[in-house]
Write a protein that binds this ligand. Structure first.
Ligand SMILES: [Zn+2]
Length: 165
């Protein structure tokens, strides 16, 4: 697992020609760079990620499935530091995760009570993701934004709701 910027750049703090070109061409963003710097510093070169997605005031970091816990850090230490650096909420998601895992990672610390299939008036299949009622205040953002993120990551039609009871 690697960072989108090379070690030389992360150590020196100055971009080499290769990384400078990546930034200019849009292959990596300033946000990627900022996150890479923090991970390099805190992870002793062992932490990496694939890409980042920014939606509203939430940044989603996509990484390999087995790296999710490491990127979050003990008691959320690394995510907190990242959040402080970029000034946004951070969510870490494993790449190619299924709907259940993505919903859990995006909605945390609010807990998912269940996911079931519902059918729209047009007969279209949707996944209803239910959040525990007592956790509604712990949701990291607005329901519609969180739903958009889950949809985008899973390519499923979803609707996130808070349990009524
Ligand atoms: Zn470089």
């Amino acid at each position: 697992m690697v960072l989108p910027v090379c070690d030389v750049c992360l150590k020196s703090g100055i971009l080499c020609q290769g990384c400078e070109n990546k930034l200019k061409s849009g292959e990596i963003s300033q946000l990627d760079l900022d996150i890479a710097k923090v991970l390099f510093k805190l992870g002793e070169g062992k932490l990496g990620f694939k890409k980042t997605i920014e939606i509203g005031d939430i940044v989603i970091i996509i990484t390999e499935k087995d790296q999710v816990g490491k990127l979050i850090g003990k008691s959320g230490k690394i995510v907190r530091e990242l959040s402080r650096t970029v000034g946004k909420k951070i969510r870490v998601v494993g790449e190619d995760s299924d709907l259940r895992a993505v919903a859990r990672d995006i909605l945390a610390p609010a807990r998912v009570s269940g996911i079931n299939v519902v059918y729209g008036t047009d007969g279209e299949e949707k996944f209803k993701v239910r959040v525990m009622r007592e956790d509604s205040r712990k949701l990291p953002g607005r329901l519609d934004i969180l739903n958009d993120i889950i949809k985008m990551l899973t390519e499923q039609e979803t609707v996130v709701v808070v349990d009524r009871n």
